[in-house]
Design a protein around this ligand. Sequence first.
Ligand SMILES: *Cc1c(COP(=O)(O)O)cnc(C)c1O
Length: 406
Amino acid sequence: MEKLALFGGKPVRKKFLVFGAPDIREKEIEEVVKTLKSGWLSTGPRVARFEEDFKNYIGCKYAITLNSCTAGLHLALEIARIGKGDKVITSPLTFASTANVIIHQGATPVFIDVEKETGNIDPNKIQDYLKLRTPNSELRTRLKAIIPVHLYGRPCRMDEIMKIAKENSLFVIEDAAHAVEARYKNKKIGNIGHLTAFSFYATKNVVTGEGGMLTTNNDEWAKKLRVLRLHGLSKDAWKRYSQEGFTPYDILYPGYKYNMMDIQAALGIHQLKRVEENLKMREKYFRLYNQAFAKIPEIETPIEEKNIRHARHLYTILLKLERLKCDRNQFAVALQAENIGIGIHFLALHLSSYYKKRFGYKRGDFPNAEYISDRTISLSLSTKLTEEDINDVMDAVRKVIRHYKR
Ligand SMILES: *Cc1c(COP(=O)(O)O)cnc(C)c1O
């Protein structure tokens, strides 16, 4: 039996449009096959090449591959010696792992509300929070870092954030999971804060399936990070099975199993080659969505800013709920029934069970994050989509609006 749309009749699309489908081409597939035939599957020459290419793309001194962005955020906290009893400022409007890793280290996340217009952490609100400090307060000694999240690919106000960090001796660890191509005032993201973590998860702008990268300009940290990501094994441990001869290894730290495989890097090398070309395509789709929705009074579209380069990772709309007879979740269900896959980025973290229970957060604590969290819907921006697919998404949104508008 044919599936019916929520409001009866045929769905806008016959076949379900997957949200954020990875765009894997022949080059990647050939490289993976070559890797498999080479016999070197785990961390090896392709990982080294991917790191070199990525470092050159960002223009930073060091790029260290990892098996995820989460691992990168975790190692960044570890290398900055953030641990038990420490506090780290971050955004409540992010993926769980940004704050989870703070807890893994025994530290406490301190959420600061976002700007309503951008969804990025508000530097003025960080300042307000810092003013609460008294000379002897725990805040003075225990606050160690800020993790800004470049939400949807839009860079945070890094000048202000770096200034606050400098004045208060804080580390800046950037969550750039969405922001491989992003620039802030002509400075590449990945070359501004002390450490920056990128994600190559299946839906991200550069895809290795699972994977991540940590960039830094600190020589000592880079050396130690390479050791920490692979059990704490001494120098270039991956060479220990190569022809370069037998080198006995030592354990320098109780490290982690966070290394990337050559099979993953094989994908990354070719994905990175197309990164700018893909961005152009997503910029176009972003513009098309914006044009289509600008005239719809029930929808708020993303703002455009000068002096930044948005990485166009996610295209999100905000529903003006006061003009609609539904909530966001009902809207999302209706789009899915039209065979249009969508995403929600993100549900405010402070309202999730664990963070509520553990830290006593409640609704009303971060009004801007909650405003976005209640209203946001992400529409697919994948380069796998054709303009026809984009038109289907627009048609489905218009159809659902027609049905639910007041
Ligand atoms: C995807 C994502 C992460 C985690 O990336 P992984 O590579 O899956 O660990 C972290 N932060 C944000 C904002 C993300 O969207």
